[in-house]
Each structure stands twice: as C-alpha cells, then as structure tokens.
Write a protein that binds this ligand. Structure first.
Ligand code: AMP
Length: 502
C-alpha cells in the first residue's frame, strides 16, 4: 500500500516526541500526538461515510484540529477542499453545489445557516470550532488512533482549491498528490528547511500559501511550527524569538516594519523570511534589510500551480523580482502565440510537476488555460531580465488599454511610489468617453504627509509617455486588500467607474 503524500508528510511523525505544533498560549503538540489526532479524525470521517475520492469541504477557523482534518483527508485518499472563512452562505452554497462533498465541516456558530445548504447538496455536516471543539472532535474522540492510509497514486487528487474568482465564477483547481509533494520537495531543498527549523505560521490554511507552501514544507522537513490562528502583531512579535523562519504576505512585513519593537535584535537569530501571494514593494525589501540585516526572499505562485519561481537562497535576492523558475518548472513569456524577445513583457506560462490537473468539472475553462502541451497560461504579465530574474508586471486582466495603447499598471505604479509623500499606489483602467479606458491612479499618502493628486501626477509627467500618464487620481487612506494581501483592483474599478462621466 502506498500513499506518497501521507507517507512523506504524516507517517514520519509516528513516535516523534518533539513538538510539532507550538500554539499561541504555549501549548505544544508532539508529532506523535498530532499523528494520532489525524488518525482519529480520519476514522471519524470514514465513519461519516467518506471514501477515497470523496470531497471533504471545510470552512473552519485555523486550529491544530483543522490541520489534522487535512491530514485525515490525505490518509483517507479524500480530496480536501478548504474554504475561506470570509465566504458568505451564498458563496458556500455555490462551492458545495459545485464540488458535492460527502462531508462539510463548519463552525458551530454557522451550523444553523449552513446545515440546510449542505443538506440540499447531500453533504453531512460536522462542526469544528476555533477552539477545537465540535461534533467532529466528539466523533473523533471515540475512534481508534491508528489508521492505515488508503492506497493512492501520484495522479490521484489530494485537494480542490477554488480560485478567488474576481472575474466570473470561482473555479476549483484539482491538485494531485504529485503536484503537492513535488513542490514541497523542491522548496524544502531550495530554502534549506531541516528538522531544526521552527516556522512561524501565521497564514490562513484555506489558501495554497499557508496550507501547502508553509505547512507541507514544514511537515516534509520534520521541523516544528509556531501555529498562530492568524497574523496578530503582538503574538508574532512574541513568537519571533523562538522561530527560525517566517512565511508571509507583504502586509506582514509592512506591519512589522511599522512597529518600533521590530528590531535587528529581535530577529538576529532568524534564518529566513519568505514573501509571496502579492507583490512586495521594492521599498519594503530595502527598508526590511536596513532594519534587520535580512533580505526577504520573494517567490511567486498561484492556486493552480503551487510555486513557480523563487529568489535564490544563497545568491542575490533581488527586490521587485520573483527570482528564477524552480527546478523542474519551465517558464516562458508569450505574446500572440510566440515567446517574446528577451526582456519584453508577455503572459507567463508554466509547465512542470507542480501544475494542476484542470478545473473541476469545467473542461472548457481547463482547455482555455491549460494547453495541450502542458503549459498553463497563468494570466500574469511578466518579463525576464538579462540575468534571468522574473518580474511580475501585473495581471493580464488589469492591463489598461487606452486609445488602443497598452499600459502596464506596474510601470506607472513604480513611478508614483517614488513621488515624495506617496506610500503606495494602484493604477487601474476606468471607462472614458474618448479613450475607451483611461489610466486612473489611486494613491495612499505617507503617514503625516499631505498629498495632492494633481501634484503627484505632475511629478511623473516627464517620466512617462503621455498615453501612460494617469488622466486623474484619487487619494485614499488605504487600498482595499483581500486576506492574502492582494489589492482588489476590481473594487477600485467599481468605485471609480463613473469618474469621467461626471
Ligand atoms: P492565488 O491563486 O490566490 O495564490 O493568487 C495567485 C496570484 O497572486 C498570481 O497569479 C499573481 O498574480 C499573484 N502573486 C503571487 N505571488 C506574487 C508575487 N510574489 N508577486 C506578484 N504577484 C504575485
């Protein structure tokens, strides 16, 4: 019997008395105790009817029990389907209808609302609360704490993760055992994770970053995790002295830098800081190094592909870039069906063992984005510089086409970010009576600075071709971001869509 993912991530925990999970309150859970929790949870899910290939959906707070539910699904050969805790009942309705899971795990407080929805889609509801209590735990308590993992092959599905769906319906990315395992193996090696590492884990586990990049890498290396329910500045500052590595979204780093207690001394012992899921401002990279002496290692990936590129561990970690394709991952930049010339911008495509199997029950969507030769069309615009570093220029759908000319928002944002008084910017396209779309800038002022939109635009006036210059700008307190730190340009486009009609 074989189950490559279980055998690599969970089986080695047997008999391990050292801590695997260190919780915010200081409680420690050994590897062996966690494995037994995984086994009991798997037995409870099996008793609820879960069989290999079945989906198990979970909209639950982050907890050791929630991580154990993922391990239990791997053990059973079931397909783990984590859902963002922010999703509304209407969204959950869509996901359960689309994925038809056998079991749906939700918080006890949401059971009243969600149970009828789950019942309509044929799913059994078990509850799991943030403190680990609930009917899943009750069911697991009476179960044996050993499990013989279901037989699985590398191409069998391990997880179904829905894309954030800012355009159209969210799509379920089918991720196989080999997708997850190959990526974890590459990252452990590249980022030099060992059983001596203690990863500060403050990311959500409903997303590829926290669930796969962070948890799988740590589990595979045999190290420990300081497992926090979320990013709480006080908890993170208190935990850093015990950690060797931190994986975060850019907002983790800006929030840390905003606090004077975040000092070189506090992190002098740390080995690695990784950033991803959204672009890290080059300025944050520079400020972080000035404050701590560490260079943040930025990497790039997505739900459908796991991780694609990374800055080097040993070599130069270059601000504003996402580094090189990972070993085993092919990356090309395409335009009009052809690879672009060196240094030019195009759509990034990737191929490798990390790339998903397709979208759940959406063969047409799959065929649109996953080419027959195995390359996945990421929808990210990028370029490769002379030294081979990959630069992300933005999303294809964020490209602004004004009067027939293409404007890459990133190019304009980089210039605006350098204007004195500007903390950060987001450039979008909004409807315009003459140009179709007009370039529009949304600016955030630095603390204490007064910023006039017109002055900021004037400051970049001679640095950009006229058609690339924003036709107007607005100053706001902060940019709308999702939980993974991504600026929600769709919301900005909605807010400012009437600007030129006024
Ligand atoms: P998700 O599927 O939610 O992980 O989102 C994936 C998208 O996040 C990618 O397609 C990129 O647009 C963006 N992304 C991830 N990492 C980075 C990064 N380091 N820099 C810029 N964009 C990133």
């Amino acid at each position: 019997m074989a189950n490559p993912l279980f055998d690599a991530l969970f089986a080695p925990l047997a008999g391990q008395s050292s801590p695997l999970l260190i919780l915010a309150a200081g409680e420690k859970i050994s590897g062996d105790a966690f494995l037994r929790l995984v086994a009991r949870t798997a037995n409870a899910l099996r008793a609820a009817g879960v069989e290999p290939g079945d989906r198990v959906a979970a909209q639950v707070a982050k907890s050791p029990e929630a991580l154990a539910a993922y391990g239990a699904c791997v053990a059973l050969g079931a397909v783990f389907l984590p859902l963002n805790t922010a999703y509304t009942a209407a969204e959950v309705d869509y996901f359960l209808g689309d994925a038809t899971p056998r079991v749906f795990l939700c918080d006890g407080a949401a059971e009243g609302t969600l149970a009828p929805i789950a019942a309509r889609h044929g799913a059994t509801v078990l509850t799991l609360n943030g403190d680990g209590s609930g009917s899943l735990t009750e069911a697991a308590t009476g179960q044996g704490d050993e499990i013989s993992a279901a037989d699985r092959g590398p191409d069998d599905l391990a997880a179904l993760l829905y894309t954030s769906g800012t355009t159209g319906r969210s799509k379920g990315a089918m991720l196989t055992q080999a997708n997850l395992l190959s990526n974890a193996e590459v990252l452990v090696d590249l980022w030099r994770f060992t059983d001596r590492d203690v990863l500060l884990h403050a990311l959500p586990i409903f997303h590829t970053h926290g669930l796969f990049v962070a948890s799988n890498v740590s589990l595979l290396s045999g190290g420990a995790m300081i497992f926090l329910p979320g990013f709480d500045l006080e908890q993170v500052l208190a935990a850093l002295p015990q950690a060797t590595a931190l994986m975060g979204v850019p907002t983790f780093y800006t929030r840390l830098l905003d606090d004077p207690r975040f000092t070189r001394n506090l992190v002098g012992h740390m080995r690695l800081f990784v950033s991803g899921s959204a672009p890290l401002l080059a300025e944050t990279h520079v400020d972080f190094e000035a404050r701590t002496g560490h260079r943040i290692l930025e990497r790039y990936g997505m739900t459908e592909t796991n991780m694609n590129t990374s800055n080097p561990y040993g070599g130069e970690r270059r601000a504003g870039t996402v580094g090189f394709p990972l070993p085993g991952v092919e990356l090309r930049v395409m335009s009009d069906g052809r690879e672009v010339a060196q240094g030019e911008v195009g759509v990034i495509e990737v191929r490798g063992p990390n790339v998903f199997k397709g979208y759940w029950q959406m063969p047409e969507k799959t065929a649109e984005e996953l080419r027959a030769d195995g390359f996945f069309i990421t929808g990210d615009l990028g370029r490769i510089d002379a030294e081979g570093y990959v630069h992300i220029v933005g999303r294809q759908k964020d490209l602004v086409i004004t009067g027939g000319y293409n404007v890459y928002p990133k190019e304009v944002e980089l210039l605006l970010d350098e204007v004195p008084g500007v903390l950060e910017s987001a450039v979008i396209g909004v409807p315009h009576p003459d140009f179709g779309e007009a370039v529009f800038a949304v600016l955030v002022a630095r603390k204490g600075a007064t910023l006039e939109a017109a002055d900021a635009l004037a400051a970049i006036g001679d640095k950009l071709a006229r058609y690339k210059q924003p036709k107007a700008a607005a100053v706001v307190d902060s940019l709308p971001r999702n939980t993974m730190g991504k600026v929600q340009k769709n919301l900005l486009r909605e807010t400012y869509k009437g600007w030129f009609k006024r």
